[in-house]
Ligand binder design. Sequence first.
Ligand code: ADP
Length: 259
Amino acid sequence: IGGHPKPAADSQSIPGVDRILAIASGKGGVGKSTVSSNLAVALAKQGRRVGLLDADIHGPSQPRMMGVSKRPASPDGKTIIPLQAHGVTMMSLGLMLDEDQAVIWRGPMLMGALQQMLGQVEWGELDVLIIDLPPGTGDVQLTLAQKSKVTGAVIVSTPQDVALLDARKAMNMFNQLKTPIVGMIENMSHYVCPDCGKEAHIFGHGGARAEAEKQNLPFLGEIPLDLEIRLAGDGGTPIAATDNPIADAYAKIAKGLID
Ligand code: ADP
């Protein structure tokens, strides 16, 4: 990001919402949305009141991952009633669009949509609102950090160098914006062959942990590359909502986020 963006003095908290956690990544496709939905569900299973805002405005994937498709109601034409899925209160711009509809918006329109989702959605009382950010260091991240009181950002990366390189850029952006970074999660950290049980490191292993150490940040945990995670996400029931043992990995990370 150019210049020296600062958190605006008028940054707002959302009434009734205790904490806002932004889930961010440098690169797309590293599993940020999958981590967001699973952490939201894991926290809800732990008895937290959780909201999930899909701010990945160009590629909203939460409706599919959380298994919702209903258009949210707006009885008064101003406030928007979010949907409920797997114990989570959720909202996504994807719910306002047809699934195949492309969003071709310029910055100011994006800002408007984001602010609408933050300010006009009836989030109710929440222990935590999880925001699934778009990848990278663009307008949405900037607006969010400047306009809302984000408690912290969680960085998701694969162990691969190209992903870590971009993750570092995202972390630099949050540092400049004075948004605290809660820590890093390594996604797709290893793969266990279902036939022979052998562990393979398709994108390397341990890169995010090493990066977290280097940056003096907490390492929050690792999630394997696993077919069931992908199938669960595509099927609209995040694996954290099931009794698959991988749910425990998300539960552990989720616990560490709020304790
Ligand atoms: P991002 O939000 O970073 O763009 P997504 O969460 O949409 O990434 O993930 C990209 C693809 O990878 C999706 O198809 C998702 O189901 C899959 N995926 C994400 N994490 C895992 C994982 N740990 N194991 C297997 N598939 C995964």
